[in-house]
Design a protein around this ligand. Structure first.
Ligand code: FRU
Length: 521
């Protein structure tokens, strides 16, 4: 059953969205399989979240993949709607994007004046033997509630490769054209169109860059962003998801946490081609989006009004290495919290910043707020707190402690450690003892990221939910996103320091109230 807007109805169902491991402030589908976010678009007061969805199974059915659908007015509370675009003779509906065609360039909206157009990959189109992946479009005249597949589909065919997918489309003002960036195995290709129906090849990028071809590219995104929030200085960022296997060069390194992961490139885009700011000479020059293992296929929302102007995205909190084996039962797959993106100048150069969207603060229920506290080895100032979900915002001044941090979702035999090692400058999440079930050998891991203190301080914002932690280090400079599967009873919290002292400059802990309206734990 799909939800309506009636929150009183949700509240009356006691067990609703409270199954084992069910995320309380992250989106997950009511039932069955979900992977990539698709078609993220803001239109007439609603944020749309479409996604790869198998509505009939908790496993992905790639032959019958649908676009699932949810809408939100605030990016925090979501209403799940029936699947938006089903598969058919045209094949499965793989990942893609959606745009607001506000000037009716497509000609689909002669009466309405504007509407939504979805651009997606058809996988296994029966009418196109030998070309298993083609691009198709569909349009909606009723705010995304019903969709009509364009009779002239497919609108774009591959020249040669089997991997030709995941179109991200946006309107490029300067050239007055629609631009599509597409993942084409070891490269991305750019196409342009005046009307979303006819596409011309413009350029390609990525084949000749070394060290980045361990997996094939998937779900690209490209957008213009201000540098240091200065409207007069902008750059373009190209985002790439890199698959777990079937890569072009198996000797190339994996993403930091293994399996599938995301990288980004900073440069310029002139309406036809993306050019990198600097050549990538070594593996160390690759810019990783997230040092945890569970943030993939993230793309940004189209259509956010200029008055708002934020770049916001959401990613699939999972990893293709073990994604189909997760121990949740009714559903499988969840989204990250939506994050705001910024590009900031550091001594080493430009760097992507991710911060939880400010809208999340409406869920806060304060638990504790402290300032200026000395933490010593062997003491736990948080021993009275019990929390299965929480927001922890802290700033520490490094003193003699060689390692410090938080242990969350703790019990006698479970804990997830979010720590900072001051001797080698590493932020880490240790989930080796995080979970009740040992469901995959690659899940049990410690994920580390290099992070320097800023003026002798380390800042952490941590989001703990029933089955995940997302750690934003130094105001979003370094991110580690990881799923965990503790027992619901594992709710202990610890602030620890090893080998010396530490000053907590400030520490705030909030509960985040369930977005499903069924709060009582
Ligand atoms: C990425 C991906 C996409 C594809 C979709 C299929 O996770 O492999 O490339 O379109 O998932 O569900």
């Amino acid at each position: 059953m799909y939800l309506t807007d009636d929150s009183s109805n949700k509240g009356s169902r006691n067990c609703y969205y409270r199954e084992t491991y069910r995320p309380q402030f992250h989106y997950s589908p009511e039932k069955n399989w979900m992977n990539d976010p698709n078609g993220l678009v803001y239109y007439e007061g609603e944020y749309h979240l479409f996604y790869q969805h198998t509505p009939h199974d908790t496993q992905p059915d790639f032959g019958r993949m649908h676009w699932g659908h949810a809408v939100s007015k605030d990016l925090v509370h979501w209403d799940e709607l029936p699947p938006a675009i089903p598969p058919g003779e045209d094949g499965a509906i793989f990942s893609g994007s959606a745009v607001v065609d506000k000037n009716n360039t497509s000609g689909f909206f002669n009466e309405e004046g504007s509407g939504l157009v979805a651009i997606y990959t058809n996988e296994g189109n029966r009418a196109q033997p030998g070309k298993p992946q083609v691009q198709s479009i569909a349009y909606s005249r009723d705010k995304g509630r019903t969709w009509t597949k364009y009779e002239g589909n497919p609108v774009l065919f591959p020249m040669e490769t089997l991997d030709f997918r995941d179109p991200k489309v946006f309107w490029h003002d300067e050239s007055a054209m629609w631009i599509m960036v597409l993942a084409v195995r070891e490269r991305v290709e750019f196409y342009t169109s005046p009307n979303l129906r006819e596409w011309s090849f413009a350029s390609k990028f990525g084949s000749d860059i070394q060290h980045i071809h361990r997996g094939i590219f998937e779900c690209p995104d490209i957008f213009q962003i201000q540098v240091d929030e200065d409207p007069n200085t902008t750059k373009w960022i190209l985002m790439l998801s890199v698959g777990d296997r079937n890569g072009v060069n198996p000797d190339d390194p994996e993403p930091p946490a293994g399996g599938s992961g995301m990288m980004y490139f900073i440069g310029n885009f002139d309406g036809k081609a993306f050019t990198l700011d600097e050549t990538l000479g070594s593996y160390d020059a690759i810019k990783w989006v997230d040092y945890g293992s569970d943030f993939y296929a993230a793309v940004t929302w189209n259509g956010i009004p200029n008055e708002d102007g934020r770049k916001i995205w959401v990613g699939w909190m999972n990893n293709w290495r073990y994604g189909t084996t997760l121990p949740s039962e009714e559903w499988r797959g969840k989204m990250s919290i939506p994050r705001e993106l910024q590009l900031r100048t550091y001594p080493e150069g430009l760097h992507l910043i991710q911060a939880p969207i400010s809208e999340l603060s409406q869920l806060r229920k304060p638990i504790l707020s402290l300032q200026d506290l000395t933490i010593k080895s062997g003491m736990n100032v948080l021993s009275d707190i019990s929390a299965a979900k929480a927001e922890i915002i802290a700033e520490f001044e490094i003193s003699t402690a060689v390692e410090f941090g938080f242990k969350v979702r703790k019990s006698s035999n479970q804990e997830t450690i979010i720590g900072y090692n001051s001797s080698n400058g590493e932020l880490f999440v240790d989930r080796t003892k995080s979970s009740a079930i040992d469901f995959h050998s690659d899940f049990t891991a410690i994920h580390k990221a290099p992070m320097k203190p800023e003026h002798g301080r380390v800042q952490l914002s941590i989001y703990v939910d029933w089955s995940s932690v997302e750690v934003f280090g130094n105001h979003g400079e370094i991110i580690i996103s990881d799923m965990i599967f503790p027992d619901l009873e594992s709710r202990g919290l610890e602030l620890y320091a090893i080998g010396g002292e530490l000053r907590a400059v400030s520490l705030q802990i909030n509960d985040l109230v369930s977005i499903w309206g069924t709060e009582n734990v």
